[in-house]
Structures are given as C-alpha cells and as structure tokens.
Ligand binder design. Structure first.
Ligand SMILES: Cc1cc2nc3c(=O)[nH]c(=O)nc-3n(C[C@H](O)[C@H](O)[C@H](O)COP(=O)(O)OP(=O)(O)OC[C@H]3O[C@@H](n4cnc5c(N)ncnc54)[C@H](O)[C@@H]3O)c2cc1C
Length: 427
C-alpha cells in the first residue's frame, strides 16, 4: 500500500476542507487533502454571509472569488407566500461596519476555486480519494484511503481536520455521539431554474425567502440566468404529499407570490431531495482530530449559515492545531473543549434565530419593518453572520428574543395573519 506522511490531513474539498488546507499551508504546515469526488460537482449551499468575506480574505482566496463574476448579495427579502407581508434586510443598514454585501455562488465553481487555491498554496490534493478509516495514536493519525483509480493508500499525519460534510464515511466512535435533536426532521426539495423574475439593480441579487404556513422557499440568483429554488418543510409533510417534485410545483401554484416570481420559468437541472439534515455532534475535537463545518454540525439553511460556519471553523481549527504543533504536543483537553464550546456558541445564535423564524409569534416580530427599541441594526448584523456577539449585539439580541417570547401572550407588534397563509399542496 502506497504511504505518505504530512503534517495535516484534510478530509473533504468543500469550503471547510479547502479553507483548512489553505490556512494550514499559510502556517507552513505540509498538507494532504483527500476529496471523494471529482470536481466540479454539484453542491447545495449557494447563499453566502458577509461575515465569511473576512475569512476568505484571510485565506487569500478572496481576490479569486471576487474576480469570478458571482452575483453580489446585498441583503435578504423575507415575505409571506400570499404576499401580505414583505421585509427587506439590507446588510449595509447593520450596526457593524464592513458587512455590506457578499456573493451568491454556484457551488460547483466556488468549491473548485477554493480547492485550486489550496493547491496553489502547496496542498497535495488527492481527488477521487475517500477516507475509509482513521487510526489515531499518541503522535499521529493513520488514514486509509480508497481511491477510484488505484489501490488503497495510507496517509500518516500529525493532525486531521475532518471537513467531510454531513455524510460520515468512516467509522469513528466520537462521530456517533450527537446532542439531543434541537429541530424537528426537515427536508428540502430543490433545483436550478431559468427565467425566475428578479428585481432590477442591486436588489436583484438578494436571497428571497418565502414563508408558508408549514415551510418556506428559498430563491437564490446564482448567475445572470440561473436561480436556485428550493422548498423546505417537514419530512412528514413531504412524505404525505407523495412525489416531492409534485409538492414543489403544487405549492408554487398555490402561492400568488411564488407564482409571480416563477411564472414562465423552467427547471434546468434535476430535482434533488435532502432530508433530515439537522444534527450537532457532542465533541468537535480530540487530541489529534478536529471536526470543521458540517462534519461537526448542521442545523437549517434558513439563515445561510452553513458555508460561513464551515470556513470559520476551519480557520479556528487550524489556529489551534498550529499552536499545538509548534509546541510539539497534542491538543489539550482544555483546547478541545474551547474549540467545541466556541463553535457551539456560534451555532447557538443561528439556532435561536432559526427558532424565531419557525415560530409564528417570533416571525411576526422579525417581520416588523422597525423592530421595537431600535433593535433592527443589531439584528441585521447578526443576520449578516456577526454571531460573535459583542456586548452591544448581545443585549439587543437577548431583548429581541424576549420580545419574541412576550409576543405569545401580549401582542407587542401586529400579529401576522396566519389564516391567510399558503401551505403545502401537491400539483
Ligand atoms: C437544503 C440545504 C440548503 C443549504 N443552503 C445553504 C445556503 O444557502 N448557504 C449556506 O451557507 N449553506 C447552505 N447549506 C449548508 C451548506 O451546504 C453546508 O453547510 C456547506 O456546504 C458545508 O461545507 P463543508 O465544507 O463543511 O462540507 P461540504 O461542502 O459538504 O464538503 C464536504 C466534502 O467532503 C467530501 N467527503 C465527504 N466524506 C469524505 C471522505 N470520507 N473522504 C474524502 N472526501 C469526503 C465530499 O465529497 C464533499 O466534497 C444548505 C444545506 C442544505 C441541506
């Protein structure tokens, strides 16, 4: 069996893995990256958050992303499917400067650019190579790779960053332990379309979120012609509806807002279904292995947090690894706990926002044009991804959550007319 040694083995060439590889190279560590697929390949997760721009700048990938011609995203529009309420979140109105915009990306291209960037920094990238087993010892980890075009190989690395995403293709006791589920089981059915209507000017680059009684649609412009459209609802609702594609089309037909946007459009890619995607693993780090991005946790796509969390965690993971590497030791228990807790704190802010979105009273507060107590600018910065809560953001966020809770018993803002909302239906 062919065998290689390196400082860091990165599992996965998605945004988390490529960023981890780039950060490790920038710190002078030798890197092997194993990616199961051949690129370019389809991946869902097309709407970025402004907070991720700084991470891409730090990894050196930003100029390549900036010159790739992706659609600029200046904000998000939230609306009810019957058209009775619309709210535009303009990132530039946030209280934290520098989070004015980001990109909507076709992931096949975005991921390829990030991976090539890691390669250009000197990462040894192995495509068509699936990590099938990890065997940690005191000073290193030996990985077994199944290769599409050759015999199995082995890599011995001082460190592993597992950025292998939501699937878990190797056996690991640590990866079997999850936090109790926070969210119900949800599913998404989605495709790419041409001919979806857009607002003129910068607003045309916004993500549009259309809320139904029992789910929501995303509408993400990913190129001049192409728009990603997806329906998210409960796994049970999709099952009850029969064919997911029929549920998608039937629900569009029942919503005046979606009809207006989608009229005359056509799907130009196969429909895909992703189900039951929410989980948080209990531990994100052990002495020589660190989980980054979806490999650690993924909860819900509503606030477009996935890519940001994956590249941010990659940056933090490599920082911790590089410090331990320089001191010629494994990650201490305290470092493992700090990494896990820090990332979970980030995730918790998104989870609280997600809870607000799915709760009718919370959503009524979120949708008010001017949230009470001038909470709007702080909330906008959080929606832009600033989930490292400074004191000024923290207290505003806590007050906002309190108002959402009080709204259940005492209407502080006008309640959204739930009766008139559109719900799922089959075609
Ligand atoms: C329905 C839906 C909609 C979403 N929408 C958004 C959105 O709008 N914005 C957003 O930011 N996020 C969104 N996400 C989340 C986003 O897709 C992920 O959070 C993001 O891709 C995570 O990046 P990652 O690098 O951690 O993992 P991935 O992007 O999944 O990359 C993992 C890579 O690892 C490879 N791999 C896996 N196992 C192995 C192995 N054993 N050996 C070698 N290679 C391996 C895979 O082939 C893959 O290329 C959405 C998710 C879902 C389910």
């Amino acid at each position: 069996m062919e065998s290689t040694d390196c400082d860091v083995l990165v599992i996965g060439g998605g945004p988390g893995g490529s960023s981890a590889a780039a950060f490790a190279r920038l710190r002078g560590l030798s890197v092997c990256l194993a990616e199961r697929d051949q690129f370019p390949r389809f991946h869902i997760g097309e709407s970025l958050l402004p907070m991720g721009n700084a991470v891409l700048r730090a990894s050196g990938a930003w100029p390549k992303i900036e010159s790739a011609g992706f659609v600029r995203k200046y904000g998000a529009e939230f609306m009810l499917a019957d058209g009775s309420a619309v709210k535009e979140v303009v990132f530039a109105n946030g209280s934290i400067p520098g989070l004015d915009w980001t990109f909507q990306v076709e992931r096949s291209r975005f991921d390829s650019i990030l991976l090539e960037h890691a390669r250009s920094l000197g990462a040894d990238v192995r495509m068509g190579a699936t990590v099938r087993a990890l065997s940690p010892s005191r000073d290193s980890v030996t990985a077994t790779l199944a290769r599409k075009d050759g015999p199995d190989a082995s890599i011995t690395a001082r460190w592993v960053v597992d950025a292998g995403g939501r699937e878990n293709l190797y056996e690991s006791p640590g990866k079997r332990v999850f936090e109790p589920p926070h969210f119900p089981r949800r599913a998404a059915v989605y495709s790419h379309f041409e001919g979806v209507r857009r607002a003129p000017g910068p607003r045309g680059g916004n993500i549009i979120v259309v809320r139904l009684e029992d789910g929501w649609f995303w509408i993400i412009p990913i190129s001049a012609e192409r728009t990603s459209v997806g329906l998210v609802t409960s796994v049970e609702a999709i099952r009850r509806g029969g064919d997911p594609t029929d549920v998608f089309h039937g629900t569009v037909a029942g919503s005046p807002q979606l009809c207006a946007l989608m009229d005359g459009s056509r799907a130009v890619a196969p429909f895909r279904v992703t189900a039951d995607y929410s989980y948080v693993r209990t531990q994100f780090a052990s002495p020589r292995i660190v989980l980054a991005g979806d490999a650690a946790a993924f909860f819900d796509p509503i606030f477009s947090s996935g890519v940001y969390v994956s590249i941010h965690s990659a940056q933090v993971a490599v920082g911790a690894i590089a410090r331990a590497h320089a001191a010629n030791r494994a990650l201490t228990r305290a470092e493992q706990r700090r990494y896990t807790r820090g990332l979970k704190r980030h995730c918790a802010v998104f989870q609280e926002l997600i809870d607000v979105f799915y709760d009718n009273d919370g959503f009524s507060v979120f949708m008010t044009q001017k949230p009470p107590l001038n909470l709007g600018p702080g909330l906008t910065s959080i929606v832009a991804g600033h989930v490292r809560l400074t004191w000024a953001l923290w207290w505003r966020f806590k007050v906002f959550l309190a108002v959402c809770r009080i709204q259940k018993y005492l209407p502080i803002v006008k309640r959204i007319a739930h009766g008139s909302r559109v719900s799922l239906r089959a075609a």
